[in-house]
Design a binder for this molecule. Structure first.
Ligand code: ADP
Length: 374
């Protein structure tokens, strides 16, 4: 994954605070957005993440003003804007199908929104140059759209969206059409632009890696609702449901029962009798049926038992070499298996199928989840 090094925010006050209050949208009998409440702070980079059909685009369209809410309100800096037309909301927009005008040059495309807003000719040229510089396309102004690459076209779309200094930038799967490498480059670009301009960004994607990489906070949606809101690390380390835990990242998920409880330390017994300990700040009662989530990179494969941690022994039933790390599947009980991901270090012992190994992980390296969702 690309390593993003962003400088500290210059100034976030250039952005607008966007508030969604009991926001719903119902199409015939489909509840596309179901009573969403959310405050997106000035200058924040917030991502709406979720599977296809979870209501991300509909939420974004209502913020843009393309769709009217069935009920609820949208507030910009505390002011309701439900009935303000899109062009009066001071928002920029970038979509996957960026719809640039092919018969116009790059500069003409970027100038278009300024002309629509009746900017003076002289200031148009200045603003276009400034926008070209921000998206690192200086010198490309006179090219036609067909003379530039897909990645450059996406930069032009971005320049066109920010050229009139909007205070909110809405992006709907903007990198969906690009290949992986270009997508990762553009993720960094967009982060830099966000840092530089300090505007509020609301970003829609179904790509969990993209959301983890780019966002200050992620609102994870399912069935029209926000099911968890938090920083990327909060969602990854502390998912609040099986849905979040499995949608975001890889996980080992075991069904089990709480078999011991001592303050915040719980013992969970899996269906086949495998016992492990986990610390949780949530309250569970004895004999409660729960699920236990363990990320594949939390355990380590060891030669010896590790004091004060979970230690299990098992057999390697699958090995997958992935370049920078190896993935092992272990059989730990009759039913219980576990995928363990370990960094690949040349010279270190590499496990093979059939090896007997011990695996250990800390008591805090697990998340106990209530069993009420899927
Ligand atoms: P996402 O962006 O997460 O893929 P959408 O907001 O596009 O989700 O869609 C949410 C739900 O609303 C889906 O069930 C979708 O089929 C439905 N939907 C979206 N737009 C319309 C529409 N114009 N008419 C009827 N149903 C729609």
């Amino acid at each position: 994954m690309a390593n993003i090094q962003v400088q500290a925010f210059k100034d976030r006050s250039a952005g607008t605070e966007v508030q969604l209050v009991n926001l719903s949208k119902i199409y015939q009998n489909v509840k596309a957005v179901d009573n969403v409440n959310l405050i997106i702070e000035k200058g924040e980079f917030l991502t709406l993440l979720g599977p296809s059909g979870s209501g991300k685009t509909t939420t974004l369209s209502m913020i843009a003003g393309f769709q009217f809410p069935t009920s609820g309100d949208i507030l910009f800096n505390g002011e309701p804007i439900n009935y303000l037309p899109p062009e009066k909301r001071n928002i920029g927009m970038v979509f996957q199908n960026y719809a640039l005008f092919p018969h116009m040059t790059v500069a003409q495309n970027i100038a278009f929104p300024l002309e629509m807003r009746k900017f003076e000719k002289k200031s148009i040229a200045k603003e276009v140059n400034k926008a070209l510089k921000i998206v690192r396309l200086e010198g490309y102004g006179q090219r036609y759209i067909k003379q530039i690459s897909g990645g450059q076209a996406q930069r032009v779309a971005l320049a066109r969206a920010i050229v009139y200094n909007p205070t909110v930038l809405l992006m709907d799967e903007p990198l969906g059409a690009l290949d992986k490498k270009l997508r990762e480059e553009m993720q960094i670009e967009i982060k830099h632009i966000h840092e530089e301009l300090g505007l509020t960004v609301i970003y829609v994607t179904h790509d969990q890696q993209e959301a983890l990489t780019m966002s200050d906070r992620i609102a994870l949606m399912n069935n029209g609702q926000i099911v968890q809101l938090g920083s990327p690390s909060e969602l990854y380390q502390k998912p609040n449901s099986k849905f979040v835990g499995t949608f975001l990242g890889e996980s080992n998920l075991w069904e089990g029962t709480i078999s011991l409880k001592n303050d915040d330390l719980y013992e969970v017994t899996a269906l086949d009798g495998v016992k492990v300990r986990t610390i949780s700040t949530e309250d569970f009662h004895l004999n409660e049926k729960v699920s236990l989530l363990i990320r594949p990179e939390w355990p380590t494969i060891n030669d010896d038992l590790v004091e004060g941690q979970n230690n299990l022994t098992g057999t390697i039933i699958e090995t997958i070499y992935m370049g920078d790390f190896s993935k092992y599947e272990l059989q730990l009980g009759q039913e219980t298996t576990m995928v363990v991901k370990t960094p690949f270090v040349p010279g270190q012992y590499v496990c093979s199928k059939g090896d007997q190994v011990s695996v250990s992980w800390q008591y805090k390296g697990g998340v106990i989840l209530k069993n009420f969702d899927q």
